[in-house]
Structure formats: C-alpha cells, structure tokens
Design a protein around this ligand. Sequence first.
Ligand SMILES: NC(=O)c1ccc[n+]([C@@H]2O[C@H](COP(=O)([O-])OP(=O)(O)OC[C@H]3O[C@@H](n4cnc5c(N)ncnc54)[C@H](O)[C@@H]3O)[C@@H](O)[C@H]2O)c1
Length: 254
Amino acid sequence: MTSRFDGKVVLVTGAAGGIGAATVRALLAEGAVAVASDLRPPAADLGIADARYIAADVGDRASVDRLVAATEAIAGGIDALVHTAAILGASGPFEQLSAADWSRYLDINLTGTFNACQSVARSMIRTGTRGRLVTVGSVNAFAAEPEAAPYVASKGGIRLLTKAMAVDLARHGIAANMIAPGPIHVPRNAELFAQPELVALFAQSVPFGSAGSPDSVARAALFLADPALDFVTGAELAVDGGALAQILALPKTG
Ligand SMILES: NC(=O)c1ccc[n+]([C@@H]2O[C@H](COP(=O)([O-])OP(=O)(O)OC[C@H]3O[C@@H](n4cnc5c(N)ncnc54)[C@H](O)[C@@H]3O)[C@@H](O)[C@H]2O)c1
C-alpha cells in the first residue's frame, strides 16, 4: 500500500523530545525518509532508531545550515520541516525576570524557528521543492500563563513569524502553518502532569477533560506536512482538546 509520505524527506527538530519523537514515529509508519535532529540523540525506547539522526543546535545558525545541507544531500531536497525544538517552562514572575532568561527563550524558541525555517526554505527554493513548513507554537501563542513571559512571548512570535513566512514564501509554492498544542503528556512533564491538582485543572480547563498525547500532535503535524494539502497556509491548528475554545469553565455539578 502506498502512503502520502512514501519517499518524502521530512526533517524533524526536537526529535528526542516527546512531540518530536511521536512525529518521527508517525512519519516512519507512513514511509517517509525521516531525519531526526536534536541537541542530544533520541533515547532507544522512543522507537525512532530507523530515522537518520543528525545533531544540531537550532539556536546556532551555522549548525542549522549544516543540518539542512546534510538532509538535502540524502535525496536531493527536503519536502517538509516539522520544527518542534524548544525550551519550555516557567521562568518566574515578570518583575524578577533576568535579561539572560528573556534572551535564552527568544534565542532558542523564536530565533531557532527563524533559523530552521529560513534555512529549509532556502533549500526548498534552491531545489525547486514546493515544500511544507510546520512550526510548533502553543495555546500560549494566544493567551498567557503565569510566570512564563519569555516562553509566551516566544510562542506569540512564532505565530506571526509563521504568517509572515506564509505570505513571503507563497510565490515559491511553500506553505507555512503552525500547530498550537495544549497540555500534552510527554516524558519531560510526566511527574508534574500526574499531580492531582494538575489532573483536576485539566479536567476543568480542557473540554476533552485531560492532557493530550504526543501522537495527537503528531497526527496534526502530518496533516500540515502532507504534500497533498494545498491552498492552506498561514493557518493555526489547535491540538488542545478545546482549551482555546473555552473562556471559563463552570464547576461540574452532579
Ligand atoms: N508538551 C506540552 O504540553 C506542549 C504544550 C504546548 C506546546 N508545546 C511545544 O511542543 C514542542 C515540543 O515540546 P515537548 O513537550 O515535546 O518538549 P520536550 O522537552 O520533550 O522536547 C523538546 C526537544 O527540543 C530539544 N531542544 C531544546 N533546545 C534545543 C536546541 N537549542 N537545539 C535543538 N534541539 C533543542 C530538546 O533537547 C528536546 O528534545 C515545543 O515547541 C513546545 O513548546 C508542548
């Protein structure tokens, strides 16, 4: 049986992380030539050993350009990028925030997205590939959460950067779209998300009633990376169990 990704070269950054690894697994299952990149090699139990691993730091442009050149060399072009690499988490109250923390989140999350997307877009233009760029924002690209100003600002920036890329790259036939995950269970947050307070919070603030799975985000990433998806660009796809659709949840009765 043929699949929509048979032989397609798809680069996934942040591939050692929960959502990145799930995306690589989904791509491999659909016959893609998946290239998995991260700062560190993916753990063996992530099930992505069949993907080619190339180390890169998305905050370092020279490192990203080497990654893209090596990926392009595999089959002469890159069909899609799914850029999940980021640093996450709270950084403290706004008034106590250090300039160093501010810059770190912006450098890795926002400039990292610029680095990866521009380098891949240049490759796509060079090779005449009408490719797909999939960025990963967050529900925090739309609304803030406490004590996370640099993360929230970086994700808001990715949202508009994605639209700007969509506008500028359309003439090359390249689409750029963003996924906006809500709370997603990954190995990094397993302990935190198991706490009863968080389970109760998600039950109330996520209409579907719980945090989501990385496989759900991966399915959305493949939808946007699909070469057959045309005329969709500059869009945002929330994978959040309805969290962004709701403003306030009334306590459940009965
Ligand atoms: N898990 C969630 O609840 C959630 C919610 C909203 C958005 N997101 C977004 O989804 C994406 C993936 O998140 P995740 O939960 O899988 O996180 P994760 O921490 O499991 O994975 C992130 C990966 O990015 C890599 N990374 C960090 N800095 C890097 C750098 N400079 N260069 C290359 N790689 C680097 C890390 O090594 C890690 O493997 C992120 O963009 C995150 O903001 C996640």
